[in-house]
Every structure is written in structure tokens, then in C-alpha cells.
Design a protein around this ligand. Sequence first.
Ligand code: ASN
Length: 355
Amino acid sequence: MFQLNKAENPVGSVLVIYTGGTLGMVYDYRAGPDKAGQLRPFDFSQVMDRVPEIQRLDFDVSLITLDPIIDSSDMKPAVWVRLAQAIEAHYNEFDSFVILHGTDTMAYTASALSFMLENLGKPVILTGAQLPIGVARTDARENLLTALEIAADRPDGRPAVPEVCIYFNSLLLRGNRAKKRESVHFNAFHSENYPHLAMAGVRIEYNRPFIAPADVSHPFSIHTVIDANVTVLKLFPGITPAVVNAILAIPGLRGLVLETFGSGNAPTDAWLSEALSAAIGRGLVVVNVSQCEGGRVTQGQYQTSSRLQEIGVVSGADMTTEAAITKLMVLLGQFPYPGTVAQQLGTSLRGEMAN
Ligand code: ASN
């Protein structure tokens, strides 16, 4: 562990967990076919020299680095487990946690952690950047400093946001409601179906009615068994039985996120509902989320979705695909029976869906 700031009279303490991502990358000019430079992860203790402002904060900041540091496109459930274990190991030592993460899969990690961390009473804020911290116009410095300030903020002596969140480009979003929507501009994340939890301008303005209170009814604990025998099936006009049947025949498959049209609609072809119904009968858990980012699945609103409801497809309401797939993985790791998984899947566990 590396101490980044030791405040004189610290008002709190934040543990930064560095996983990689563009924020800490450097251009490697030896790589790449045209020698134009390729971005690769870099040792963060040196990157920290780029943010001397950290030493002016009035709370303690420490750093641990996951080994190896990765581009977040290499993220795996095993790393989520290591992150959850790191938070658990240091839970009593620190008031809050900031995870530095690549943007590509940040919404998946934030969603997964929200389900893996049980009875969370402290802020866990993921952030990253679109440009490396060493680049003059970088967004990394603002994202990192504001994420730290929000993590450490304790109005009335209690953490301002005791949730798993993403902070990016002035907005604090609930982690399991966020989606990466932009790969070029700085506004990389949005949350279509849930309001932002805070906006950082001259002051940090919290959207208090939408922030979940700390859940301290039981001691903090973590789920570390993740079952990745899941997949996503995105429907499109013209999808063939061969495609659907091949997916449903994947050996060991236990969960399927079905990305449907509009408010949860699918083609009414008998072969499709028969194939899904047979798979559900064999114990596959199927959850219906919409390809639309806004709005929600309402099974039964149209004829084209009532059959899905009848055969036992779970309505994902307004969940993102990122939330649905990670929730499935965590629930399948916890419960052996498809019925229990399906029941939990259709219930809001961490504010990831409207009930
Ligand atoms: N490929 C990078 C990552 O997700 C993108 C980024 O961080 N902006 O690690």
C-alpha cells in the first residue's frame, strides 16, 4: 500500500484501487504497425506525480494496485472478486473507496460490484478517463479529484453517497444504472432511466431523494461466487431458428439476457417461443431487457410480448443489459434453483430497476 496523501487533521480516509484503463496509460511508440503509438497500461505510482493537488486534500488517500493492470476490455469476473475482496479486507480501515478503471467495461464492473457487496454502508466510486493523465487536455485529473472529494464527503458525519457509483465528466451516476455511451467525447456515461446522484460544478450538488441510504441492518459482506454460464441474445428482424437454437444448446448455459424490441416485444413465430419455453423448462433463466435505452419492458402490453410472459421469461423492467447480465451471474453463483434466481432477478436488489 502506498500513501498518496497524509492530511494534517484528516477528516476521513479514502482507499484508491487502481485497475488500469486509459487514465493511467502511456503511448508506446514502439508498438503498432504504423508506429503512431498504442495506448498501454502503465505503473500508477509514477502517474500520481501528475496530480500533485492530491496532497492538498484534507483527508488521507492511500493506493493499492491490482496486478496486472489492464485495459478494461480484459476485465473478468475473477477481477471483480479480487476487487470485492480488496474492499472487504480494508472495509474497516477506510471510510470510502475509489476504483480507477477503464471506461470500456466500467458499467459492467460497477453493476457487478453493486450486487456482490451486501449491506454496503460506504461509498465505492469508479472513475477513469478518456485521455491519459499525462496528456495536457486530459479529463483524468478532474475525474479523479472530484471522485475523491465525493467519496470523502460526509455531510452530517455520514457518507454522502453510500452506493457503488460511477463519477465521470461532472456527473455521479448509480453504477448499475450507468452505460458507456461515448468513446470519443468526454461525456462517456449516462443513465437514461435514473437521475444522476450528483452534479459537480462550482459546488457538488447532490440529488438527495435519489440516493439510497446506507444499508447497515446487517454487517457488510461480499459474494464471491460468480457463475459466468450466461449470455446475451439480441433479437433482430430475420433472426433464424439456427441462431437461437445454437445459443440455447450451449452446454452448461444457465442464464440468458434476451434483448428485445421496444417495451419487451419479440417476433411471434411459434418456433421462437417453443425453443425458449423448452429451454426454460430445462432450467434456463431468461430475462427480458429492451434494446431501447429509455423506457421499460412491460410484458403483456403487446401481443408480441404476452407469450414471453406466459412461458416464464422474467421481466427486466428498465434494467440495463450490463446490470441484467451481472445480476444473473451473481445470483446464479448464489442460488442453485432457477426459480429462486428468477424471483430475485425480477426484484430490485440495489435500485437497479423500477419495481
Ligand atoms: N480501452 C480503455 C479501457 O477501458 C478505454 C478507456 O479507459 N477510456 O481500459
